[in-house]
Write a protein that binds this ligand. Structure first.
Ligand code: ATP
Ligand code: MG
Length: 431
């Protein structure tokens, strides 16, 4: 006897990686539409780089002694050729790699953005996932504080477009490598004095990356971090002038900020301006956007030296905040839902659907056998503004009955018959 196939054990999604189903996804599309318009408004152009890159790109570009590279990357060996590959944990390194590889900065600076998934092996919780999405914006080849300020002003505009009020700006300057070196010596001295309060990461990074020790979320280390020598106090004239240039422009744009000397950001490559936008409405995962200047990265990754500044928005967190702050009706699935009864009417319905789409309407033609009553239920649930009804009478009259489904749609609430030839015109008068 032939053995029956064994029942397949259901497969669930990977922990920390979320499915976006139609309702939520519609919200994302709405959001992305606003975001793309906003980016166009500042002349940013889209780039799309691979999700997989050589591991050494991130080890080099993000820094070996960082949370991301030490413990958050999805790294594996390509079984076919033995190469070490990594799912991108952020987008900047890939975008900079691409700009070098394709000589994008050869004769002009570039304003580019990318939207998509990134991967970090973290403990999943609200606002922290293993696959999440970023809007990554990079201004490559610009050195002045005007562009730093423009990026921040640009973000303030996005919050306004989204109707968000309680996001605030934290700002700091990390100076230049020489200033960091002087500060580093003083900082190591401080850390040595407080060795007893350092946790395991702190002990380990004390000499390899002391600045990062201050970036700790460990409450037991806060006092030590607060009393540490401030990098800001080690800045020279040029770094200060750059910082002042940013601050002045923010003041002119009416944007408030808090100077946070503890703000050093999770990535190694930053210099001068660093900033974060934070909110209290998302619990402990309150940072919705982080960014800053990284003038050394292009050269570090093998390119001709070029300054750069950018930011990344965490989309899940921003959408969470948006939904909390702004009441929005769920977007409709279509403008028009076509219900029909009988085989001839079904064929006619398919044709009417195509005609209405020609006229620019979005149309769902009911599929599958169902009573008028249950078709109307589906029509209602779809959020359509209007139902088009085709039955034997309508086929005979070459007409359609039209029923407005929503009280906010202008016009008749009672059913009316419209000749097919004029149907698109009647329906296109939007409510
Ligand atoms: P955090 O301190 O919260 O770990 P980060 O400094 O590691 O953040 P960035 O590398 O600056 O984060 O990434 C930019 C933005 O991406 C963050 O400000 C945040 O909004 C979002 N983000 C970072 N990690 C996650 C995650 N695991 N899940 C969801 N969003 C995230
Ligand atoms: Mg992190």
């Amino acid at each position: 006897m032939i053995k029956m196939t064994q029942a397949f054990q259901k497969v669930a999604a990977i922990r920390g990686m979320n499915d976006l189903l139609p309702g939520a996804s519609a919200r994302w599309e709405q959001f992305e539409e606003i975001v793309r318009g906003w980016l166009r408004g500042y002349g940013y152009r889209n780039v799309r780089t691979p999700v997989l890159e050589h591991t050494r790109l991130f080890a080099r570009g993000i820094g070996e002694v960082t949370d991301i590279v030490e413990k958050e990357m999805y790294t594996f060996t390509d079984a076919l050729n033995g190469e070490s590959l990594t799912m991108r944990p952020e987008m900047t390194a890939g975008i900079v790699r691409a700009s070098i590889e394709h000589n994008m900065l050869y004769d002009r600076p570039q304003r580019v953005y990318s939207i998509g998934p990134v991967f970090r092996h973290e403990r999943p919780q609200r606002g922290r996932y293993r696959q999440f999405h970023q809007i990554d914006v990079e201004a490559l080849g610009f050195s002045g504080p005007d562009v730093d300020a423009e990026l921040i002003v640009m973000l303030a505009r996005l919050w306004k477009l989204l109707g968000l009020t309680d996001v605030r700006l934290e700002l700091n300057s990390l100076g230049q490598p020489a200033e960091r070196a002087a500060h580093r010596a003083a900082l190591i001295e401080h850390l040595e004095k407080h060795r007893d309060v350092l946790d395991e990461d702190g002990q380990r990074r004390m000499y390899s990356n002391p600045l990062r020790v201050l970036d700790t979320k460990n409450p037991a280390m806060q006092e030590m971090a607060d009393s540490a020598p401030r990098l800001f106090d080690f800045l020279g004239d040029e770094s200060r002038a750059h910082f002042d240039g940013v601050c002045q422009r923010l003041a002119e744009a009416g944007i408030e900020y808090r100077l946070n000397p503890r703000l050093v950001r999770g990535l190694d490559y930053y210099n001068l301006t660093v900033f974060e936008w934070v909110t209290d409405r998302l619990g402990s995962q309150g940072t919705v956007c982080g960014g800053g200047r990284y003038d050394g990265l292009v050269e570090l990754l093998g390119g001709k030296p070029a300054p750069a500044v950018g930011f990344a928005i965490g989309m899940e967190r921003l959408l969470d905040l948006w939904e909390q702050s702004v009441q929005m009706p769920a977007p409709a699935e279509c403008d028009v839902y076509v219900v029909h009864q009988g085989e001839e009417a079904q064929r006619l319905a398919a044709r009417v659907g195509e005609d209405l789409r020609d006229a620019g309407l979005s149309v769902i033609v009911h599929a599958g056998p169902a009573s008028f009553k249950s078709q109307f239920k589906r029509a209602d649930a779809s959020g359509a503004r209007v139902a088009v009804i085709l039955g034997a009478d309508e086929v005979a009259a070459q007409a359609a009955s039209v029923k407005y489904l929503r009280s906010d749609a202008q016009g008749e609430t009672a059913q009316q018959q419209v000749p097919l030839a004029g149907l698109a015109d009647v329906l296109n008068i939007k409510g």
